[in-house]
Design a protein around this ligand. Structure first.
Ligand code: TRH
Length: 381
């Protein structure tokens, strides 16, 4: 049987802000190599952002191999290279003009894809996979991740959910993991992880947590929300390793974690506050209830996205549980007091916890995004 030729992928990532762009493209690159034996070059214009989520990386290098992926610094001054067979521009980033010209000049034209942002909005399915003719005669296809079978699916490694379930079924695993981070878990406490943009609603939530009868242990990796935590504590600059107690609330500050460690943090917690795109998805794979701080867009465009997700996610919930979840998410995202909505959420915590696992398993029964991309490429040739 003739050997299947290796498909070469070029994935381009422009780090607009934070870690979502690199978080998603790096995850995809790793998975294409590990599970589909593809040859992948990841071009990133901010290698230091990459090195934050992959600490084994060297932010100074122009080229390095990490987990089988060739990671290149994408410089403004582009050197000519032979384009791959599949070219992915992450989140509509602008490819170097000379690279696009080289794509058009290739005898066998590459498959050109724009990997879009994740959204649950209804129009996504209609646009997924559509081609758009470019001025140089190449077609560019829009590839939309999504929550329904008529979209490109969600990034999920093949072993992710079973691995996560085994971790959670092991009574010692979460505690051991946290101890490895220097955090002693408090027996009987509700464990919450917090990753969010700056948010004025945080103060009311921390007030509520500190006044509850049950202890809460809040785990906060270093990041933008730390300023609000600091202001609430009123006790100087917080650093990784710090621990502060107010009433029934203990706050532990963690270092920013490597991506797979961050997964384990989500798996260890009873509730996860997440943001952006990638952490939002990883919290769903954690099978635990969550609170999403959506990336705020101009003129409130993010509300349609948030509401579309809420509509899908809350299907099958009782009316009170649905309302509790929606109130909490809306208060958080509109920076309103969380006092009432958190207490309402707690009343429905059991149902929402069962629901989180159910949602995860439903979503995990669909094809994942990397597999869908490989399939798309095979159907295209
Ligand atoms: O960082 P984000 O806010 O990213 C983005 C960007 O703003 C981007 O421009 C926007 O388009 C997108 O949101 C919607 O949040 P996100 O997407 O959750 O990415 C964070 C990444 O960082 C994710 O891969 C998880 C990872 N991470 C770690 O690896 N370690 C950590 O300790 C934490 C807290 C996160």
């Amino acid at each position: 049987m003739p050997a299947v030729p290796v498909v070469k992928w070029d994935i381009f990532c422009s780090v607009v802000d934070n870690f979502g762009d690199i978080g998603v493209t790096w995850r995809l690159a790793k998975q294409l190599v590990a599970e589909h034996d593809q040859s992948v070059r990841l071009w990133v214009d901010d290698v230091s952002a990459f090195a934050r989520i992959c600490p084994a990386a060297d932010a100074q290098l122009d080229h390095q191999v990490q987990q089988g992926v060739d990671v290149y610094a994408w410089h403004a001054q582009w050197s000519a290279i032979e384009p791959g067979d599949v070219v992915i521009e992450g989140f509509a980033c602008h490819l170097p003009d000379t690279y696009v010209a080289a794509m058009a000049a290739r005898a066998r034209k590459p498959l050109w894809l724009n990997l879009e942002y994740l959204s649950a909005e209804g129009w996504v399915a209609g646009c997924h996979g559509l081609p758009s003719m470019q001025s140089n005669g190449l077609q560019k296809y829009f590839f939309f991740p999504g929550f329904t079978a008529d979209t490109g699916g969600l990034l999920r490694e093949a072993a992710l959910v079973p691995e996560r379930q085994a971790f959670q079924a092991d009574a010692a695993a979460g505690g051991n993991f946290l101890r490895g981070l220097g955090v002693e878990p408090i027996a009987g406490a509700r464990l919450i992880s917090l990753f969010a943009y700056e948010n004025k609603a945080l103060h009311s939530w921390l007030d509520a947590l500190s006044a509850l009868p049950q202890t809460t242990q809040l785990l906060v990796p270093e990041g933008r929300i730390l300023g609000d935590v600091q202001a609430w504590l009123g006790d100087g600059k917080l650093l990784a390793g710090d621990c502060q107690v107010r009433g029934k609330l203990q706050i532990n500050v963690l270092p920013f974690l490597e991506q797979s460690q961050y997964d384990r943090l989500l798996w260890s917690c009873d509730f996860n506050a997440v943001r952006g795109e990638d952490s939002f998805l990883r919290a769903q794979w954690a099978g635990r209830p969550m609170l999403w701080h959506i990336y705020p867009q101009e003129e409130g465009a993010h509300w349609d996205k948030l509401n579309a997700f809420l509509k899908l996610y809350t299907e099958g919930l009782s009316a009170p549980a649905r309302e509790a979840l929606i109130s909490l998410w809306r208060d958080w995202n509109s920076r309103q007091s969380m006092t009432k909505s958190w207490s309402f959420w707690l009343e429905n915590a059991d149902e929402l916890t069962i629901h989180a696992e159910k949602w995860c398993l439903e979503q995990a029964s669909c094809a994942d995004l990397a597999a869908a991309l490989v399939q798309f490429q095979q159907n295209w040739i």
